[in-house]
Design a protein around this ligand. Structure first.
Ligand code: CP
Ligand code: NVA
Length: 334
């Protein structure tokens, strides 16, 4: 298979089904090499800038570790350490960084910002999460599903909760592209926007994936191989929305009762971080205020054998490595 040399990684809509499968296969190969202690410094001597306008554990660590394994150096820029957007436009930043780095990762707010960065950069730009899309997370989720079930096409994934934001949007695209059935389970106002749904339905038509919407958990989880959720209030949203989200999304908390209605061997998935107990500052504060002990998923499901959340987290690194290698490497890698 060809490499994706020089290509940006901004959203999965920009990639064919074949290219997405190629990235998953490359991740598997790089993961096996890492586990077997086989060196894979495919991008030796190159450097990447990592811009984070929002906080991160998994994505930042994944880019840094993956880059090191590929023989690359990284420079981390947090919101307080860069001029981006404040004293320097995105267009100027893109051109400055392109002169020093072979690739640029960006995590921030609107998708338009990462698209603007890519427009002016002369090196590949990788989306590390925007409000609209989180494409590297989806590669990790698809890899996790493939490892667990042995295949992707024909699986059914249910997404419970706020499906209008980055995770719902990008899972819908990723599933449509790879022939996985995608069911949104939420009140209607939390469905992804109409034009994205239309685009995904057209893709799904070609790959055989079915995209469905239902406010009823009983109906949505029927036949599901995976039940996925995310936090109810995302980075950048005001604290004041918690009350409404809790009122509207509580019936969509993933519980053992819900998991019992899915396929017997169904897995629980979450991009993390998660408010599944009272061991986080924000989770504790919100739970205490609203008289709860957990939010989008029960601790019981999160800690149960069907939970693959830490496999997904590890796979962030292997898949991000594949994205960097495929877009930077001079050689055909698989
Ligand atoms: N899932 C994810 O993107 O995690 P971080 O916010 O820790 O990077
Ligand atoms: N929807 C979440 C995803 C975190 C990985 C957020 O944007 O905060």
């Amino acid at each position: 298979m060809k490499t994706l040399k020089g290509k940006d990684f901004l959203k999965l809509l920009d990639f064919s089904s074949e290219e997405i499968i190629f990235l998953i296969c490359l991740s598997e190969k790089l993961k096996a090499m890492k586990k077997n202690g086989i060196s894979h410094a495919l991008c030796s001597g190159k450097n990447a800038a990592l811009i984070f306008e929002k906080t991160s554990t998994r994505t930042r660590c994944s880019f840094e570790v993956a880059a090191r394994d590929l023989g690359m150096g990284t420079t981390y820029l947090d919101p307080s350490a860069s001029q981006i957007g404040k004293k320097e436009s995105i267009a100027d930043t893109a051109r400055v960084l392109s002169g020093m780095f072979e690739g640029i990762e960006y995590r921030g707010f609107g998708q338009s910002r990462v698209e603007e960065l890519a427009k002016y950069a002369s090196v590949p730009v990788w989306n590390g999460l925007t409000d609209e899309f989180h494409p590297t997370q989806i590669l990790a989720d698809l890899l996790t599903l493939k490892e667990h079930f042995g295949y992707l096409k024909g699986l059914k994934l249910v997404y419970m909760g706020d499906a209008r934001f980055n995770m719902g949007n990008s899972l819908m695209v990723g599933c449509a592209k790879t022939g996985v059935d995608f069911a949104v389970c939420a009140p209607e106002k939390y469905y992804p926007n109409e034009s994205l749904v239309k685009e995904c339905l057209e893709i799904a038509d070609k790959t055989g994936s079915k995209i469905t919407f239902s406010p009823s958990p009983d109906e949505a989880v029927k036949g599901a191989n995976a039940v996925y959720t995310d936090i109810w209030v995302s980075m950048g949203e005001p604290e004041s929305v918690w009350e409404k989200r809790i009122a509207e999304l509580s019936p969509y908390k993933v519980t053992s009762e819900i998991m019992a209605k899915a396929q017997k061997d169904a897995v629980f998935m979450h991009c993390l971080p998660s408010y599944h107990d009272l061991k986080t500052e924000i989770g504790k504060k919100v739970c205490e205020k609203f008289g709860m002990t957990e939010l989008e998923v029960t601790d019981e499901v999160f800690e149960s054998p069907c939970s693959v959340v830490f496999e997904e987290a590890e796979n962030r690194m292997h898949t991000i490595k594949a994205v960097m290698a495929a877009t930077l490497s001079e050689e055909e890698i698989i």
